[in-house]
Design a protein around this ligand. Structure first.
Ligand code: GMT
Length: 380
């Protein structure tokens, strides 16, 4: 199949997922064309069957904002024709689903009919998509999609509750590549971060308000009083300065390490003992799944789709949003009991297997075939 993928090429979960999906599909022999404004973050090396088409919006003094949507739509039309695309798959509804609809209409004037699939990731429905400034376009373009997927049951139901949806939404979960995310020996790295054998707690995100990183820091403040430990914060974004300020206020400077944006997340997870994800809302929690694949128990909030990933008292713990005290109590319990930690680590790894790349990529292939009315593939 020739597949066009549109996504945000940044460090956000939707872009990561779209890129991993593209790589998975290319690995199965499909030709995958990424249509984005920058090379996606996880697509650094050359990959067979993967092609990159850069979108650049022509700027002109008349424009306060360069019309990116028009440039993207034109590029989609161009790629669809020249690469003979069978299907377009857009990740994150805003503005990609509306832009795909426009491209589809333009292609139809040239007697080319290409279906497009929209994958809903989270904030395109929750925080951003439901805002009145976007909602009519989001609702229309979801309904105009030939196929719609959501990354959790929670997100499917929320979408149906928020908008008047006339399309079936299929749930296809996030997935993880076990060739990359696995338990590896990185003891030299562990020694560098925790020279005295301190336990390592980790949080990975794009430092947006919705992640409630302050809860991770406040929780760690309680843990560090009981257990020799370090907190590694990976990522960057709008909240970083205020989190740095909080760390200074709580006098945790020598215990909290800000690593900034990192590509080799798996190496950091390999030395971590607990993953913290206190999000206000989280449609799935890809970063938590990646931690679980590396055998790291997760202490998260119970928001959104997180209970579909992290199983309370098995793979980690779920706590009410904002209850950093409880998060700390669970972390202390786990760090003080190595048998319990080992059991949770194994359960986290086992649970992550439910979301392995091969299985979920196959579900996307099956979904494309359904939309294209082709013979369905069997998935495990
Ligand atoms: O919040 C982020 O980290 C980025 C955001 C996005 O839309 O780019 O991620 C969302 O998509 C991920 C992949 O499907 C999900 O695993 C995340 O849970 C989801 N984030 C939120 O719902 C806040």
């Amino acid at each position: 199949m020739n597949i066009g993928i549109v996504c945000y090429p940044t460090y956000g979960g939707s872009g990561v997922l779209a890129t991993e999906l593209g790589m998975g599909l290319a690995g199965k022999g499909h030709k995958v064309h990424f249509i984005t404004y920058r090379m996606p973050a996880r697509l650094s090396a050359f990959h067979e069957n993967i092609y990159f088409h850069e979108v650049s919006a022509y700027d002109y003094p008349l424009f306060e904002y360069a019309p990116y949507e028009s440039a993207l739509s034109s590029k989609m039309v161009h790629v669809a024709i020249h690469e003979k695309l069978d299907i377009l798959h857009v990740h994150y509804a805003i503005p990609h689903a509306a832009v795909a609809y426009l491209a589809q209409q333009i292609l139809r004037t040239q007697n080319i009919d290409i279906p497009f699939v929209t994958t809903l990731h989270g904030t395109d429905i929750t925080l951003v998509g439901s805002d009145p400034s976007f909602a009519p376009v989001v609702e229309f373009s979801i309904n105009a999609s030939d196929g719609v997927t959501a990354v959790s049951n929670y997100l499917k139901i929320l979408t149906e509750d928020t908008f008047s949806i006339t399309k079936d939404i299929e749930v296809i979960y996030n997935f993880v590549d076990f060739n990359r995310f696995k338990q590896i020996d990185k003891n030299h790295f562990k020694k560098a971060i925790s020279p005295h054998g301190e336990s390592i707690l980790v949080h990975v995100s794009n430092f947006r308000k919705v992640k409630r990183i302050e809860d991770a820091v406040r929780s760690f403040n309680i843990v560090a009083r009981e257990v020799p430990s370090k907190l590694i914060l990976v990522g960057d974004g709008p909240e970083r300065l205020s989190i740095e300020k909080l760390v200074v206020e709580l006098q945790l400077n020598n215990k909290v390490v800000f690593l900034g944006k990192q590509d080799a997340i798996e190496e950091i997870l390999a030395v971590s003992d607990i993953f913290l994800l206190p999000s206000e809302t989280e449609s799935f929690g890809l970063s938590a799944l990646e931690a679980m694949a590396c055998g790291v128990p997760v202490i998260s909030s119970n928001a959104g789709g997180l209970p579909e990933v992290n199983v309370h008292e098995q793979t980690g713990f779920l706590t009410a949003v904002g209850d950093y005290q409880k998060m700390a109590e669970h972390a202390i319990e786990l760090l003080n009991n190595s048998d319990m930690h080992e059991k949770y680590s194994q359960a986290a790894f086992n649970r992550a297997q439910q979301f392995n790349l091969d299985k979920i990529v196959c579900l996307y292939e099956k979904f494309y075939n359904k939309i294209l009315k082709r013979e369905l593939v069997e998935c495990e």
